[in-house]
Design a protein around this ligand. Structure first.
Ligand code: 8BR
Length: 431
């Protein structure tokens, strides 16, 4: 039997039977800037050739250009946080906001889930200003917590302004910039992301969201948490990443006390700061039920554990499954690894049939979204004709069940941003 048989109808029914799904704590405005090299004068900057010489955040304008030229010259994607208000204001003056669109893991997940008949998708947005609220789709099953209960973001915003923005500087293969008097050609279309988000960098769970979710914990079946990649080692007021994660752990504990069946998923994303990443790995992994990550993210986790990151980047499934088994402690009973062409799912004590179908549904959604740019359930069935490149496999090791699930890959995708969020969120909530 084909692993995709009957999956579309199954997924729709499963979504219909759902309860409330909560998404926190990372919704933001993305500002898309298509870089025009003609407008960039000669840059006087030492081009960082590898990651180790890059600043781990942007503290001055020179750091901004270092990140920019690294991405441009090497053709590799990079995200850096902006730590200085002066740099934020400087970018705003020079580039403006660019074309704004909804971004951030939680908002991306919301966008990917609302087209399906889930009853209620609750998303955390702070600060909820007009600019971000109006970017959310007009879906009847999408909610934020307002001062008097649940509303669509457009019916609940409070004032206007942009307090957080993630700039995405896109450049195309073949573009040229002059650096230290010499021309450099961009080898591969790519992007450099510079994020300004001091209001959310502590991953605070603010009111009224906090009280609402605690009061309604019993109605929430799934809670997906992300936004760790914008956190800091030490904050200006002396608080540390470890203190901040303790606060999150306490919140989760309180939620579990009110609703023991609630399931928490951690979406990893690219956490560049070593101390933040290690704190998430050591303090949080074992407190979550489920974890989602891609090959680059798992390669960092592997490196932190003392393993060779290349095994992961080379998609050595045997090594990847060993590494995943090592992180599955305490609550963590599900790890969903996604790469181009296959997912690897590691499970302890789960209903395998629904987990497999959930992966298939997620794969169809990702392929359709890649092809058309937006989810359209009507077009899922066309994805069924795309042949898979891997063979389905299932095996067990040390009490962990592994599923290597072949996915559908669209030859010339319209978009690839946010696909990981779609894959992880659908796989988790439907599974
Ligand atoms: P991240 O957002 O975490 O990087 O995940 C991206 C995922 O999108 C990949 O792991 C892959 O599964 C999926 N994907 C990409 Br990239 N291109 C795709 C394509 N052309 N068709 C289907 N899925 C794709």
């Amino acid at each position: 039997m084909n692993v995709y048989d009957g999956v579309i109808e199954w997924g729709i029914k499963r979504a219909r039977d759902s309860k409330m799904i909560a998404l926190g704590f990372h919704s933001v405005i993305d500002g898309l800037v298509k870089v025009d090299p003609q407008k960039i004068d000669n840059l006087d900057v030492a081009i960082p050739r590898n990651l180790s010489v890059l600043p781990d955040s942007i503290k001055c304008i020179d750091d901004f250009w270092k990140g920019f030229t690294f991405s441009f010259v090497n053709g590799s994607a990079l995200q850096l946080m902006i730590d200085s208000k002066e740099v934020y204001e400087w970018i705003m003056n020079v580039f403006g906001t660019g074309t704004v669109r909804l971004g951030g893991t939680s908002a991306n997940m919301a966008k990917g889930l609302v087209p399906f008949p889930f009853e209620r998708i609750l998303v955390y947005v702070y600060p909820l200003k007009k600019e971000i609220a109006t970017l959310f789709p007009d879906s009847k099953n999408l909610f934020v917590v307002g001062n008097d209960g649940l509303h669509h973001p457009k019916d609940a915003y409070d004032g206007s302004g942009i307090e957080a923005i993630h700039w995405i500087f896109e450049f195309a293969e073949g573009q040229s910039v002059t650096i230290n008097g010499k021309p450099y050609i961009c080898p591969r279309s790519n992007r450099f992301i510079a994020s300004w988000n001091p209001v959310n960098s502590k991953l605070e769970i603010r009111e009224p969201f906090r009280s609402y979710t605690l009061d309604h914990a019993k109605e929430i079946s799934h809670f997906l948490i992300s936004g760790f990649h914008i956190m800091q080692d030490i904050y200006p007021d002396g608080e540390t990443i470890e203190n901040r994660l303790e606060d999150l752990k306490n919140f989760m504990k309180e939620m579990r006390q009110k609703h023991s069946q609630i399931k928490f998923h951690l979406e990893f994303a690219s956490i560049r700061r070593d101390r933040v990443r290690k704190a998430v790995e050591e303090k949080l992994f074992s407190k979550f039920d489920s974890l989602g990550l891609n090959e680059v993210e798992l390669s960092w986790v592997a490196k932190d554990m003392g393993h060779d990151e290349k095994d992961v980047l080379n998609l050595d499934v045997e090594r990847i499954s060993q590494i995943i088994s090592e992180i599955m402690k305490e609550n963590l009973s599900r790890v969903h690894f996604h790469a181009l062409g296959f997912y690897l799912l590691a499970l302890k004590d789960h209903d395998l049939e629904s987990q497999k179908k959930a992966l298939a549904f997620a794969a169809l959604a990702a392929a359709q979204r890649a092809m058309d740019g937006e989810i359209n359930l009507e077009r899922f069935r066309y994805m069924l004709d795309i042949p898979e490149k891997y063979d389905y496999k299932e095996w067990e090791r040390n009490g962990i069940h592994f599923i290597l699930f072949p996915t559908k890959v669209v030859p010339s995708p319209k978009i690839t941003v946010g696909l990981g969020d779609t894959i992880s969120s659908l796989g988790f909530v439907l599974g």
